[in-house]
Design a protein around this ligand. Structure first.
Ligand code: SAH
Length: 482
């Protein structure tokens, strides 16, 4: 019988139960779950109990399991390889454990580590791949937590990958008879684009990549690629799981300054990080520099992550970067991110659309006088829509006066959200006619997002994150401070 779980670790094993007799003692829902799992593993299951719950009774009636009716009888264990005691009666469970011990039949007592000769681990199944977790029976909540963590790390493509490798096993052994050579091949294969292609369900391309890898044998086959990843607004909780995976697979990360340290810390530790600048007034190595760097690294066979704040396709120049990659025949993919408008609205309690107030949303950029001149003010000034203005802090004066001049009511609510979703988030709310001066009075700095429209007023009512919204200053217009 098992002893103190802290004494010695359990010995893990995966048992082949096909065609082997297994006894389950108990006739309730726990027994039913155990029986199901055993049948899935191909075991010949017998169930023993005074009475069976309906699903078990059906399995017995249809001959899927044998049924021993009545109180536990040690003779039920005859011929069994394993047994599971799943009753809520401690005396019975003890009797099964003792009878199993006497006959050298492995017994698991559900939820009783001390009575169990073997434990059933928490597990994650992805096709033929199973990850089993045990804390030795001492901390089941911890194993459950670990399982949840691992569930999010591995998607169904892990099963697809395992099936592909199993299918190709003979060919791999034939082509690469040397073990060391095979190991190098697998390292390269699994670090390359294959897992990613399977994740994207591009199975044909995946097979081509596999075929090419095996044909190329020892020569280098994994071409470089670029993943354009949206890092979201800063809070790492708002990065997507796919974005996280890309960061974990990166050789090099080219990131904007807007990307938070917390997000960067999630990246593979030995990935090289290069800040490629871009904040108002400072263009870092410039867009051409970024293109050149991306191309050079991808051509050198590296997995490049191009990490951008928010979403790469919303005022992120992601389109231009992909055009360059396409023109040079570099493989790429795009992982969306939560754009500032969505993150700021959520964290300020502002629904961007609302049945009563706004039926449409416009994402607008205003990062310089030129871009302001190109805006269609008449359209922007229309009622019943929400404007989300990116990069507008320096030009709020113009925004305010143009919207009012083109017919938007001076009483239209606005909200300015600085450092949205971050610890230091600040929200200023008020009416359009107060916009520029309240930004000045509250010293709102970049990055900040402006929301204009009736919905902005809801921030005062619905705010939930960080401090309450600051109110616009009612005082008369200050003479320009700068
Ligand atoms: N691709 C990004 C936008 C880049 S433009 C996205 O999808 O969010 C940069 C502008 O985005 C900033 O000037 C600011 O207006 C806005 N922004 C980005 N992160 C922000 C944040 N955490 N809080 C407020 N505004 C933000």
């Amino acid at each position: 019988m098992s002893t103190d779980p802290s004494a010695a670790p359990l010995y893990p094993l995966f048992a082949d139960l096909r065609g082997r007799a297994v006894l389950v003692v108990g006739g309730g829902s726990v027994a039913r779950r155990k029986v199901r799992a055993l049948l899935d593993a191909g075991a010949q299951v017998a169930v023993g109990a005074p009475a069976l719950e309906p699903a078990l009774a059906r399995l017995a009636a249809t001959g899927h399991v044998r049924y021993h009716r009545g109180p536990f009888d040690p003779a039920w264990l005859d011929g069994a390889w394993l047994a599971i005691a799943a009753t809520d009666d401690t005396t019975t469970n003890r009797a099964v454990a003792a009878a199993g011990d006497a006959r050298r039949v492995w017994v698991n007592v559900v939820d009783d580590a001390a009575l169990s000769a073997f434990h059933v681990p928490a597990r994650i199944e992805r096709g033929p791949v199973q990850i089993a977790i045990s804390s030795g029976g001492g901390a089941p909540m911890l194993t459950r937590h670990l399982r949840e963590m691992l569930e999010t790390q591995f998607d169904a493509s892990l099963g697809t990958l395992a099936r592909l490798l199993a299918r190709e096993r003979e060919r791999i052994r034939r082509t690469l008879p040397d073990v060391a050579q095979r190991r190098r091949f697998f390292d390269r294969l699994l670090a390359g684009p294959l897992p990613r292609l399977l994740r994207q369900q591009r199975t044909r391309r995946a097979q081509q990549v596999f075929d090419a890898a095996i044909a190329a044998d020892t020569t280098r086959t994994s071409a470089g690629s670029v993943v354009l990843v949206g890092a979201g607004p800063g809070d790492p909780g708002l990065l997507t799981l796919r974005g996280l995976r890309a960061l974990n697979e990166a050789d090099v990360i080219l990131h904007d300054r807007l990307v938070s340290d917390e997000v960067l810390q999630l990246a593979r530790r030995d990935a090289e990080r290069i800040e490629v600048g871009k904040q108002a007034g400072d263009h870092g190595i410039g867009q051409h520099g970024i293109h050149a760097l991306m191309l050079a690294r991808a051509r050198a066979g590296q997995r490049v992550v191009r990490l951008k704040g928010g979403d790469p396709f919303v005022f992120g120049r992601g389109g231009e970067e992909l055009q360059v990659l396409r023109a040079h025949g570099i493989d790429y993919e795009v992982v969306p991110g939560i754009t500032a408008a969505l993150a700021c609205a959520a964290h300020a309690g502002i629904p961007l659309t609302h049945r009563d107030h706004a039926q449409s949303l416009r994402l607008v950029t205003a990062h310089g006088q030129d871009s302001l001149d190109m805006l269609d003010w008449r359209a922007l000034a229309q009622e019943r829509q929400t404007l989300a203005v990116y990069m507008g802090v320096a030009l709020l004066d113009t925004l305010q006066s143009q919207l009012i001049a083109h017919g938007r009511s001076p009483e239209t609510p606005f909200a300015l959200i600085e450092n949205g979703s971050r610890d230091d988030q600040r929200v200023v709310t008020g009416r359009l006619l107060q916009l520029a001066e309240s930004a000045l009075a509250h010293e709102v700095h970049s990055p900040a997002l402006l929301i204009v429209g009736e919905v902005a007023a809801l921030a005062d009512e619905l705010h939930w994150f960080g401090d309450k919204p600051l109110q616009a200053t009612p005082q008369p217009r200050l003479e320009k401070a700068a």
